[in-house]
Design a protein around this ligand. Structure first.
Ligand SMILES: *[C@@H]1O[C@H](CO)[C@@H](O)[C@H](O)[C@H]1NC(C)=O
Ligand SMILES: *[C@@H]1O[C@H](CO)[C@@H](O)[C@H](O)[C@H]1NC(C)=O
Ligand SMILES: *[C@@H]1O[C@H](CO)[C@@H](O)[C@H](O)[C@H]1NC(C)=O
Length: 414
């Protein structure tokens, strides 16, 4: 990292800020400090293939894969929709109910149409969309930019982009996850935009989720093609898998922006493979990283701990912040890490993570976060739901449990 020139730039900006009198100038200088630390691509793009107006904040919802894999059916989808409403999660912003792989028959019909599997989706996708819409929610579906989907139990959409996009739109589908299995070796930069164009011509706004696994660095081309792009291979329900995904995803932080987000894969919270503290780290890092928040557990049998984690309004608000700047890992010392992101209203979110085996003190300095030296900060603990009693100047330190984190919203007060 080019920290030296960066520091010089920050200092220069601070000096200019102090020398100017008007508050507008002060605001501008603060913004310059931010953009020198968190460069990000919020400029208008050349020609946006995907001008669908969706994903001004990261998508929130649920997907069947992480819990049900191929054993999915229309009852499971309907019950997930019911549970997202009855649990109160819909009110917190979770709105997409997404079917993953294995929803279709092995073969297309005589006219080349995809067909819902008659044993597991006997009512068809249109009826399911109507049901999900009647709950005030949105329905997502799945296909692959290849000849089959990953399960190989149904056809993919390669070569059928227009026909399939029109079918999805006619059924009332609101979201497409588009996988990368059984492709013909054509570059993803060719296969994925073919579906972008098809969706744009389908007559219905459909959120487009690229599931290209990060192979050809989709962050660098995804913003004009999709509303989010996977930066990694699939997550599994373990600490190592989870932290590996968010680390890979972090490398592309500067490419995230309203309308297009890095996607480190869906959430495993509630599936049982991690401790409560580990799932809190999972939710905190996904939220501060502006990742889509797609739940992956059985919503009909959530524990109180699961609901407490995925229902944390204050952490969700960091994810859904209108500024839309993805966090960076701004410092790491052995197992101790500091993740930080600017938040609207000239505030900052910070997550102190302890990856080590013992409880340990972790410190974030204002320099790490990009806060001007000398700024007085009030901190709110977003997991304790409490403002800390003391103010902070220069740094904030906390004891963090093993495989745990602290998450704060920092508010400059002087
Ligand atoms: C389901 O589809 C298969 C193959 O297309 C067909 O053989 C079978 O009769 C259908 N079953 C029902 C219940 O419609
Ligand atoms: C859907 O799956 C559930 C759980 O395996 C099962 O109880 C139910 O009968 C299935 N329904 C259909 C329509 O296949
Ligand atoms: C943190 O701030 C305190 C109080 O200003 C100061 O005494 C301490 O040296 C600082 N620690 C670090 C690691 O910067």
């Amino acid at each position: 990292m080019d920290t030296l020139p960066l520091k010089a730039l920050c200092l220069l900006v601070i000096v200019i800020g102090v020398a100017s009198s008007g508050s507008t100038m002060m605001e501008e200088s603060k913004l310059k400090v931010l953009s020198s630390k968190f460069k990000y691509h919020n400029h208008a793009h050349r020609r946006n293939l995907l001008d669908n107006g969706l994903a001004s904040t990261p998508a929130m919802g649920w997907n069947s894969w992480n819990h049900y894999w191929c054993s999915v059916n229309e009852t499971i989808i309907k019950e997930a929709a019911d549970a997202i409403v009855s649990s109160g999660l819909a009110k917190l912003g979770y709105k997409y109910v997404n079917i993953d792989d294995c929803w279709g028959e092995q073969d297309r019909d005589s006219k080349g149409n995809l067909v819902a599997k008659n044993t597991t989706f006997p009512s068809g996708i249109k009826a399911l969309a109507d049901y999900v819409h009647s709950k005030g929610l949105k329905l997502g579906i799945y296909s692959s930019a290849g000849t089959y989907t990953c399960s190989k139990q149904m056809p993919g959409s390669l070569g059928y982009e227009d026909q399939d996009a029109k079918a999805f739109a006619s059924w009332g589908v609101d979201y497409l996850k588009y996988d990368n299995c059984y492709n013909d070796g054509t570059e993803p930069t060719v296969r994925y935009p073919a579906m972008t164009r098809a969706l744009m011509n389908a007559g219905r706004p459909i959120y487009y989720s690229l599931c290209e696994w990060g192979d050809r660095h989709p962050a660098t081309w995804g913003a004009i093609v999709g509303n989010s792009w996977r930066t990694t291979g699939d997550i599994t329900d373990s600490w190592d898998s989870m932290v590996t995904r968010i680390d890979l995803n972090e490398a592309y932080a500067e490419y995230a922006r309203p309308g297009g987000w890095n996607d480190p894969d869906m959430l495993e919270i509630g599936n049982g493979g991690m401790t409560k503290d580990e799932y809190i780290v999972h939710f905190s890092l996904w939220s501060i990283s502006k990742a889509p928040l797609l739940l992956g557990c059985d919503l009909t049998s959530m524990t109180a701990d699961t609901l407490e984690i995925i229902g944390n309004k204050e952490v969700i608000a960091i994810n859904q912040d209108p500024l839309g700047i993805q966090a960076k890992k701004v410092r790491w010392m052995g197992d101790q890490e500091v993740w930080a992101a600017p938040i609207s209203g000239y505030r900052f979110a910070v997550v102190l993570v302890n990856r080590g085996p013992w409880r340990y003190a972790t410190t974030a300095t204002w320099e790490d976060i990009g806060i001007p030296e000398g700024t007085v900060i009030e901190a709110r603990d977003l997991w304790e739901h409490k403002n800390l009693p003391t103010q902070f100047v220069g740094n904030i330190t906390a004891m963090v449990p093993s495989h745990g984190c602290k998450m704060y919203l920092l508010n400059p007060v002087g």
